[in-house]
Design a protein around this ligand. Sequence first.
Ligand code: PLP
Length: 623
Amino acid sequence: MGLKSFSDPTRLYGLNVWGENNFIIEDGLVKVNHGQRPSLVHITKKMRENGYKGPLLLRFPHIAVKNVKRLFSHFERAKKEFGYGGKFKAVFPLKVNQFPGFIIPLMEGTKDLDYGLEAGSKAELILAMAYTNIGSPITVNGFKDREMISIGFIAAKMGHNITLTIEGINELELIIKEAKRLGSPIPKIGLRIRLHTGGIGIWAKSGGYSSKFGLTSTELLEAMDLLKEYDLTDRLSMIHFHIGSQMNDISPLKKAIREAGNIYAELRKTGAKNLRAINIGGGLAVEYSQKEELSNRNYTIEEFTNDVVYLLKEISASKGVREPTIFTESGRFVAADHAVLVAPVLELFSQEYSEKSLRLKDKGNPPLVQELYDLYSSINSKNAREYLHDALDHMESLLTLFDLGYIDLTDRANTETLVHLIIKKSIVLLRDKPSQEIKDVLERVQERYLVNFSLFQSLPDYWGLNQSFPVMPLDRLNSRPTRSASLWDITCDSDGEVAFNIENPLYLHDVDVEREEYFLGFFKVGAYQEVLGMRHNLFTHPTEATINFEDDGTYRIENIIEAQNILDVLDDFDYDTKEIERRIRQQIDESDSIEDEERKEILGELYLYLSENGYLRTINFNE
Ligand SMILES: *Cc1c(COP(=O)(O)O)cnc(C)c1O
């Protein structure tokens, strides 16, 4: 960690790497780079004044809309640059984020574009029909039964521009049956192709020969035969592939496009005269890293769009076919940036080690404890490294003396406190002198921050896939953070921790949360996290709110959805909550240790708790 980046919070927290200009640091605060640039702390405090405590999920629809516009404008730019004759179209894949607080403003904000929705289940298909403008594309992927195909036919009758992408020959047979039963209009048909090219990384099963999805070459030919036999060739309009999410390297996509481009040309030659589109699925990656060296993708959006357009132009020319419509289903790219989780810090574990808590004896302190006290009193930037080493040595000796029975518990408490105080001081004194030692010290003596959120609920991919998310404090960015931090959530699961990692270190401020509030922002949590979140320990979704901007740049907090209260969570688990209430009331009525006149009051208090959400509220004055 160089000196420069420590004093520049934008670099320290990597905003220049992951921020995409959506957030900026100004006056020591993280601000939304839109409208009158409100700070996230300001928004958070407004919510808290209205009683919404605990973690907050803030949605910024303008960011999602901006990402869709970026996608369109980059493809349009690349098309112009390469003189590409085909069109560009896109849909949002619902599985990435189906929540109304996201989908409704997304579709509202993009209605001037030819932007639609992709569905992978019946429920998603209903959403796609309800929220896609008539004429804009709907695509349907995933395994389908007859009912799902019928819904697709109904959508076509409603006037929707819908494409059913078949994953296997049996689905085509079902479409043929439904076409006989229901007649026209018949939805457009897409064929998912099974690539020779493998998928990527942890999503390898999305593409390639071992893929769960797609038709082999033999099956493609078989599908063409069936389409011809039933006079449906003109419905075949798209071929589709998806090589997996968060592709870090662009080369598998390039291979896949070559393969798909050639399949497209071959199918057109065998008579698919209305085959116009190649759907390249999703996979466009998001930069989650807070350090340039750890970047999760080796390409930019310019490069991505250039490669796709250029390759398809080249293949079309060499095969002598018209340039296909390019279709994308980027989800993560559109959704990830739009949501920020704001979580209050409840406690710093080493806060108990303050000078106040020293219990030095008037006389009879062991000489080494006295020496620790002298080190603590006289440490300065010149001797800090040496004194720190001495302190750690003394601690070892003193702990051994305790084990042997030579010093008492008070001496041991003084030892722990003094060593922590010396560590804290030396970290501050040494921070301008980056060295292996200070790095080692920071790695060894982290501060543990207890944070009011559930990692399982709000960052499930951190737990399940080791996906890191940008995290940083929302204020105090004018002053340097001095503590290497590990973050603990409030579940009682030891996996609920964002451990300190020296390769990707998180430094936070040394705050006294008894006296001042300190909030952390977890950024880019808008893709996949909400729907995959688990109610581990019965922690429910955090309270969410949408931040909308007026034309004059002011903002409004809207669509607040409060975290579920305890009774509702239990009800969701199919407990009979009336039965729970009855049992509790009975236990209170029958308890010998409760006075009769107290019973009503105690029951009332308990009811109050049942009507609140389960996140922590009163661990200190903040909550
Ligand atoms: C998941 C999925 C997507 C979205 O992928 P992202 O990586 O989020 O862009 C697109 N298409 C299909 C078929 C998918 O299954």
